[in-house]
Design a protein around this ligand. Structure first.
Ligand code: ZN
Length: 411
């Protein structure tokens, strides 16, 4: 997906503004000898930015406009060091709400909906993003925030909430509580907008079945506005990304080069119209792929697949980028298998091979099972692994997080 002329012009404008502002990022671009972009080749030469760069700019080094134009800040969690502060102008806040309202519209949500918002309000971007998009759309916001399950369920029944906004784990908790209390018939939910965590198909189908609702995945990160920069539509063929506000690239995390559409890699985002803290080629470390072709909904916005993991977990096998999460997803689609598995990668006779060990009980035919697993893995990642099925309990258990991937090529 090559950068369009209109997108290039916007990036050029962002770069010139950053350099003129002489902020942390403008200085960095100047040091790299960048003064603008005219062609796609120019763009691909632009340096990447990383979370560490944003940390180095703490607290307000990213600010690219005079302070009187900043109306709000948000911060990403500082669990692994210095937090990141993102300043927003009035227009940034409005643009984010426009994108978020569009997300709701793509999910078929209207101003007649009652949107039950459980993500947290505060420094991080979750609750307030769901809220602003809801108000712009004209729906009724129920700003519950997280926690207090009794109150959540009471309000959900009394106010007849029709849309649940939550993390996947909280949506599951609420779904289980609703089942446990036998109040399903008093719940009027029709849709769930689920954000901010990577979640698997097993969890998704549990929430969907327990609550009997349609589920929509919302994508976003604090560094780039927050949640609401993309969502899947009712055809559920991947998340549409709002490329009038962002330029989307998928790169090979090792080489930094763009991968062809359809191949997995790391999501890199460039803001096109952001004022408070524009970001150029920001490496998200989220792994996905562009879904080639057009969505049946007819939208021109490109689609990305579900987030398959973090680029730090990537393995390169036979020249193909593979992520443990992709294998795990395939395995979890077989109810006959336990949750234990091991992946061994080795180099035999000049070729990379992948062996996958899985466990099952004695009621299935091991050879048949191995063949089925190998086929499904091939259709997901593009090559056939060797699958070994073993008896339940054979693979080692550990109190701590079990080691599951063994790369024996460099031993
Ligand atoms: Zn669509």
């Amino acid at each position: 997906m090559e950068i369009s002329k209109a997108q290039l012009e916007l990036v050029d404008r962002q770069i010139k503004r950053l350099i003129a502002a002489d902020n942390f990022y403008g200085k960095k671009l100047k040091e790299a000898g960048v003064d603008g972009v005219r062609t796609a080749e120019d763009f691909e030469k632009l340096p990447f930015s990383q979370k560490q760069d944003l940390r180095d700019a703490y607290p307000l080094g990213l600010m690219a406009v005079p302070e009187e134009e900043i109306v709000r800040i948000h911060s990403s969690s500082g669990t692994t060091g210095t937090p990141v502060i993102i300043p927003y102008t009035k227009k940034d806040v409005e643009d984010w709400a426009i994108m978020f309202a569009r997300c709701y519209e793509f999910a078929g949500i209207t101003k007649m909906d009652r949107i039950h918002i459980t993500p947290g309000y505060g420094l991080w971007t979750a609750g307030i993003g769901f809220q602003a998009g809801c108000e712009l759309l004209g729906a009724m916001a129920l700003p519950l925030g997280p926690g207090n399950t009794d109150k959540q369920l009471q309000m959900m029944m009394d106010m007849e909430s029709t849309v649940l906004c939550a993390t996947s784990s909280y949506a599951l908790l609420l779904a289980e509580e609703i089942a446990k209390r036998g109040i399903r018939d008093k719940i009027k939910l029709k849709k769930g907008v689920i954000g901010s965590e990577r979640w698997g198909e097993k969890m998704r189908s549990r929430i969907r079945n327990e609550l009997g609702i349609e589920l929509y995945d919302i994508y976003g990160l604090t560094e780039i506005y927050g949640p609401g920069i993309g969502i899947n539509c009712k055809y559920d063929t991947g998340m549409h990304i709002w490329t009038d506000y962002l330029y989307l690239e998928i790169i090979d995390p090792e080489t930094g080069k763009n991968v062809p559409d359809g191949e997995w890699g790391e999501i890199v985002l460039t803001t096109l119209v952001k004022e408070g803290a524009p970001l150029i080629r920001y490496r998200t470390h989220d792994i996905s792929r562009i879904i080639p072709g057009k969505c049946p909904c007819g939208s021109e916005y490109p689609r990305i697949d579900v987030i398959a993991g973090r680029s730090d977990d990537m393995m390169k096998i036979k020249g193909v980028n593979v992520f443990p999460k992709q294998i795990e997803e395939v395995l979890s689609s077989f109810p006959e298998l336990s949750s234990e598995y091991q992946i061994h990668i080795s180099h035999l006779d000049g070729r990379d091979t992948m062996r996958i060990y899985v466990e099952t009980n004695g009621t299935v035919d091991f050879a048949d099972m191995a063949r089925k697993v190998a086929e499904r893995v091939k259709s997901r990642i593009g090559f056939t692994p060797l699958v070994k099925v073993v008896e339940l309990g054979v693979l080692p258990r550990s109190e701590k997080k079990s080691k599951r991937v063994f790369d024996e090529r460099y031993d």
